[in-house]
Design a protein around this ligand. Structure first.
Ligand code: ACO
Length: 431
């Protein structure tokens, strides 16, 4: 059967039918182009964008049915196996993998921007000592708009590149310092001879009294976590960055908006919740009790790290993360880690259970990432912050694409008004 190229909208009250074109991408679902509907005084209703493509994009492709994830056409498995994070960031932002010279130059540029303006330390010190690292990140990244205002003409490609480089280079420093501030340790400055992942681990774990030698197996695993989280097409935080940026707003402020959106437990906070759940289950003998609770409609408990809005089969990132989990735990001599064993058993039982099978609920990336990070010594409160530093690469790529897209317009959704109809003012003594 040939694909349809247009669709006709008919009305039951005699209004003329409206013909709408159907657009095809290179992969994935076709979309009905409804841009002309507004001219007819008709709008569509789609809370949560369940059936709406908000933009066209060349960056990331997901096939939720088949469990595929591509960055610029490359399967995530190949990138996670063969690339370092900066190569993937370069790919997302520029559209192609860098050649050797480009890779060297890009890496050197990013390393030259890792330090923060020294006055930013005063911004950190303005926060309460016990502030959550994500609260500090939202504030500090937003405040960078006041420190780097020389480079934010969003229509100038050179200045956009400088801003992108600054963000990619400095967000890890902000994330690591948010943690140091929270635990009352001095800020550790970036070390530019270390790679991106090692440098972050160094800023998190070194102290002025003790050198930190990054373990290469752990650094590699950390790099993979960053790659797996670098982009995921038009999710809530990415759409937030695009919407904020669509008005021409300051890019540091737009990324801060993305961080705020990511912070929510339904988005970036799920890895922390999965770990808490595994700790609560505590023992393999209690799995059936929790599976029963997850299936009970009168119980709000859900199996965290299971299910996904887009993936209706295995999240491809979950399989890579499971392998990474083995590698990290073996390296640390934790192959008998009880939480990992519990997670494996829980996955096995859930994957055979009719409730999960019929609803096509599979483990997502967050099911194993918490166990990996915990084994590496990263505290729960930093899980979402690390997600944010990885996703900064995707946010920058998507923001750049939005700014340069000739079809882009200021984001201005319509609404279905359900409030009062017109009524007249009543003076206060008569209300
Ligand atoms: N445990 C138990 N039941 C579940 C779960 C779960 N984790 N996820 C979905 N279901 C059930 C729902 O109760 C519903 O059942 P019903 O049809 O009998 O009413 C059915 O599966 C469909 O669920 P929806 O909520 O409609 O699916 P949706 O696509 O809206 O939700 C979501 C996806 C939010 C991720 C959900 O699966 C969930 O809450 N998972 C746990 C949290 C989690 O791991 N989030 C991380 C997502 S990945 C990321 O952000 C990086």
């Amino acid at each position: 059967m040939t694909k349809p190229t247009k669709v006709t909208l008919t009305f039951d009250n005699g209004i003329e039918p409206i013909e709408l074109p159907i657009l095809s991408g290179n992969l994935g679902s076709d979309v009905i182009d409804i841009r002309t509907l507004g001219k007819h005084g008709i709008f569509t209703y789609d809370p949560g964008f369940l059936s709406t493509a908000s933009c066209n994009s060349d960056i990331t492709f997901i096939d939720g049915e088949k469990g595929l994830l591509y960055y610029r056409g490359y399967p995530i498995e190949q990138l996670a196996e063969n690339c370092d994070f900066l190569e993937v960031a370069y790919l997302l932002i520029n559209g192609e993998l860098p050649n050797e010279l480009e890779k060297k130059q890009f890496s050197s540029t990013i390393h030259q921007h890792t330090m923060l303006h020294d006055q930013l330390t005063n911004v950190f010190r303005g926060f309460r000592r016990d502030a959550h690292p994500m609260a500090v990140m939202v504030g500090v990244v937003g405040s960078m708009s006041a420190f780097y205002h020389d480079s934010v003409d969003v229509l100038d490609p050179i200045l956009r590149e400088i801003t992108s480089n600054r963000l990619l280079a400095k967000v890890p420093t902000v994330a690591a310092w948010s943690y140091k501030y929270n635990i009352g340790q001095p800020f550790i400055y970036p070390q530019n001879h270390l790679n991106y992942a090692e440098n972050f681990m160094h800023m998190m774990f070194a102290t002025p009294c003790e050198k930190y030698e990054p373990n290469p197996v752990l650094a590699k695993a950390f790099e993979r976590i960053l790659i797996l989280h670098a982009d995921h097409e038009q999710n809530a935080s990415t759409s937030t960055v695009r919407l904020a940026g669509s008005s021409g707003a300051n890019p540091f402020a737009c990324i801060a908006a993305g961080i705020a959106s990511l912070w929510g437990p339904a988005h970036g906070g799920a890895n922390e919740a999965t770990l808490k759940m595994l700790e609560e289950i505590g023992d393999v003998s209690r799995i059936s009790e929790f599976i029963k609770r997850a299936k009970d409609k009168n119980d709000s408990f859900r199996l965290m790290g299971f299910g996904h809005r887009v993936y209706r089969s295995m999240d491809p990132r979950a399989a890579i993360m499971q392998r990474t989990c083995y590698e990290v735990l073996n390296e640390l001599g934790l192959h008998n880690d009880p939480l990992f064993k519990l997670a494996l058993e829980l996955e096995k039982i859930a994957l055979e259970d009719e409730y999960f099978v019929s609803r096509r609920l599979y483990p997502n990336v967050d099911f194993y990432s918490g166990i990996v990070m915990r084994a590496m010594g990263i505290p729960n409160s930093m899980f979402t912050a690390i997600f944010a530093l990885a996703r900064t690469a995707g946010w920058i790529a998507q923001w750049n694409e939005m700014i340069t897209n000739p079809e882009a317009k200021i984001g201005r959704p319509r609404q279905l008004y359900t409030g009062n109809t017109r009524r007249d003012f009543i003076p206060v003594d008569k209300r």
